[in-house]
Every structure is written in C-alpha cells, then in structure tokens.
Design a protein around this ligand. Structure first.
Ligand code: CAA
Length: 382
C-alpha cells in the first residue's frame, strides 16, 4: 500500500481546498446559524463535478477512486461538516448505487442529472427500525407494472434539496430477504416530505421524514432484483461509511488546528498556554488520533480501490474516526476554555457537528458488530 498521494490527487485536493477556503469558509458559520445551506453552494460543487465524483466519466462523472473522494470530503468537512455530509451521502448512497446496480436505462435516466446538479438521497431508516434496519415495515405491494409504496421513513439526509430518493421497502416476507430498493423522484404523487429535523449539529444539512401513501412507483424504478435490496443497501453503506470517516477526519483536523492556534496565542501565567504540559498532552493526543484516522481511511480506500473486501476496514475507519472526532472536538473546546462554549469560536460548531457521526450510517455499536462478525467469520489470525 502506497501512502503517497498522486500528482492528480494533490491537484484535486488543492483545488477543492481553495474553493472551500475562499467561498465556503466565510459563510459556514452563517449556514449553521440559519440552518440552511444555499442552493448556490451545491451548484458550485456541481460545477466542479463533485456531485459525480465516483461515477465513471462515460456516465457523466469524474471517475475518482475512493481515496480521492475521501480527500475531497475531508477538505469540505474542514470548513463545513454539514456540506460535507450532503456531498458524501449524495455520492456514495444517493447516486453511485444507481450506477453500480442500475440498468442502462436507469443510468441514462438518472445519472446525467445526478452528476450535474440534482441531488440524491438514501432512505432506509424508519421511526420503528434503525440499527435493526431489516425490520423495516414500509411496504411496496406489486400492482401490475407498478408498486404501491406505503409507510414512513426518517433521518433522510439532503431532504428538500433532493431529486431522487433511494428507498428501501418490503416486497416479501419478514427479515432482510424480503426488501427491495426503489428510485423515487421527489415529485412522485403519494410521497410527502415531512418536517425538517431541528438538529443539535450539522445545521444546514436538511434531514427530513418521508410519508408514502400508496405512491405508484413503476417497476422500471426498482433498483436491482426484487427482494435483494437489503444487501444492495448495506453494500452502498459500506462505501458511505468511508465517506463519513473522511467527514469526521475533516472536522477533527479543523478542531485540532484551531486548538493549536489558540494555545499559541492565549496567555496564562505569563506565557502562551501551549507551554503548559497539560495543553501539550492534549495537542499530542489530538494529532495522534488525526493521523491514525487518516491511515485507517487510506487503508479502507485502498482495499476498495483494489477490489478487495473492505467491509471490516470501512467499519474500522468509520468507528475510529468518528469516535476520535468526538474526542478531538471535545478537547478543542476544553483548550479554548469558556471561549470554546460560545458561537464566536468555530470549535463550538465542530463539537456539535461531530456528535452525530457516531450515530448515522451505522452507530459505533453497529460498526463493532460488523467488525466482530467479520473477524469471527474469517478467523482471528494470532
Ligand atoms: N455489507 C454488505 N453486506 C452485508 C453487510 C455489509 N456491511 N452486513 C450484512 N450484509 C449482508 C449479509 O451477508 C446477508 O447477506 P447473505 O444472506 O447473502 O449472506 C444480508 O446482508 C443480511 O445480513 P444479516 O442477516 O446480517 O442482517 P441483519 O438484519 O442481522 O442486519 C446489520 C445486520 C449489520 C445489523 C445491519 O442491519 C446494519 O448494518 N444496520 C445498520 C443500518 C444503518 O447503517 N443504518 C443507517 C442508515 S443511513 C442514515 O443514517 C441516514 C442517511 O441519510 C444516510
């Protein structure tokens, strides 16, 4: 495994960094206060092709490998974790599954728009099923050339910005083998978007509920085979988890830099607080966790990009990076003292933003389950 970035990867990272610092950073705190990211920010990302990062060029995308995608998400998350999750969800579980599991007809219908400005989303969770995702009860009843979808979904990232939702619904018996995936357009009759959640963090990333009331979705919009949607969803989430890890890396890197900068400016007992061992230990621990997360993300990306099994590595990267982000942002507030608790300082936002990363796209507990199952299946090598 080579840790070095290629010249192309460095150029892409630097271009995204320039965009983020120049255009998004000055607005990010306001997006948080307004709880709204303007469509113009999404349009800027689309202009740079970043809504089709992992889709091959022949289908309108940029054809980036996973490592490159993580660099982009990290850069965006360094200025706005809310914008970063929009991009990550859109690319990994909104648009990419249509390329990976779709028919050519579905690719032709959806990918040109999803790679050029329209936003995709993923809808698995329900009010009564979260970690136990295969217990979902939204039903899709076959009616000739259509399915009739009825039920409720929640925690749908990208909400009102969305054109297509990838919806998981029950077409067969109970459990994981009775679930199918559907591409549902926002204007679909019988689909109502419910309230936007009033969240603690990631404000500006719209999170909505969906209500289906006999929505007539054509059979041609089923993604993959009937009753095989659950595996498709979990496979898509495996890749999504590397994206969330990169988002966590971005926010903790930003928090670490703010803490290091503040520690060198703020004086106590006649010297910068960075001279105090109590603060130095915190900075050292932050850097250790940032670097360890970066390596786990690179490893998971490399396994995926080289066609190897990456499920365990993706869960390890997500588990480690998100728990590290919680810890690093917590310590960054601590280094700032009372100033870290007020909105004037960015670490207050980073702290709130980091918290949910241990929850969505599979909680830390689910990641541990995935890792343990994989270890026990493959055998633990001593
Ligand atoms: N990747 C690919 N396939 C997987 C998988 C994975 N990580 N985990 C399980 N599978 C496969 C299994 O191999 C099995 O297939 P086979 O029968 O062919 O072997 C099938 O999926 C069913 O697996 P299980 O019997 O293990 O199913 P389960 O019901 O016990 O569930 C689970 C396993 C790991 C707990 C799973 O339910 C899970 O990952 N839950 C968390 C769901 C989640 O992450 N939700 C987040 C939703 S998205 C979100 O947060 C919001 C957003 O906007 C993005």
């Amino acid at each position: 495994m080579n840790f070095d970035l290629t010249e192309d990867q460095v150029a892409i990272r630097d271009a995204v960094r320039e965009l983020c610092r120049g255009e998004f950073a000055p607005a990010a705190a306001q997006w948080d206060r307004d709880d709204a990211i303007p469509p113009s920010a999404i349009a800027r990302l689309a202009e740079m092709g970043l809504l089709g990062m992992n889709i091959p060029e022949e289908w309108g995308g940029l054809g980036y490998d996973t490592r490159t995608v993580t660099l982009v998400i990290e850069e965006i998350a360094r200025v706005s974790a809310a914008l970063a999750i929009m991009v990550s969800v859109h690319n990994s579980v909104g648009a990419y599954p249509i390329y990976a599991f779709g028919t050519d007809e579905q690719r032709r219908r959806y990918l040109p728009r999803l790679t050029s400005g329209s936003v995709g989303a993923f809808s698995l969770s329900e009010p009564g099923s979260g970690s136990d995702a295969s217990a979902l009860t939204t039903v899709a009843r076959r009616d000739g050339d259509h399915y009739l979808l009825s039920g409720e979904k929640n925690w749908v990232t990208n909400g009102r910005h969305v054109w297509t939702f990838l919806v998981l619904a029950r077409t067969g018996g109970p459990g994981p083998k009775g679930i199918s995936a559907f591409i549902v357009e926002k204007d679909q009759p019988g689909l109502t978007l419910g309230k936007s959640e009033d969240k603690m963090g990631l404000r500006g990333s719209d999170t909505v509920t969906l209500a289906f009331d006999g929505a007539r979705v054509p059979v041609s919009q089923r993604l993959g085979a009937e009753n095989e949607g659950f595996k498709l969803a979990l496979t898509s989430l495996d890749a999504g988890r590397i994206g969330v890890a990169a988002q966590a890396l971005g926010v903790m890197t930003a928090a670490f830099h703010e803490a290091a900068r503040y520690a060198q400016q703020r004086r106590a007992w006649g010297a910068p607080i960075a001279k105090l061992q109590a603060i130095q230990f915190k900075l050292a621990e932050m850097e250790r966790r940032v670097q360890a997360a970066r390596l786990l993300i690179a490893k998971a990306s490399w396994l995926k990009d080289t066609g190897q099994d990456f499920i365990r590595a993706a869960s390890m990267a997500k588990l480690y990076a998100t728990e590290a982000a919680t810890w690093v942002t917590h310590q960054a507030v601590q280094v700032h003292g009372g100033y870290g608790f007020v909105k004037e300082y960015a670490v207050e936002r980073y702290y709130r933003d980091a918290r949910v990363m241990e929850i969505y796209e599979g909680t830390s507990e689910i990641q541990r389950l995935v890792i343990a199952r994989s270890l026990l299946r493959d055998g633990v090598r001593l």
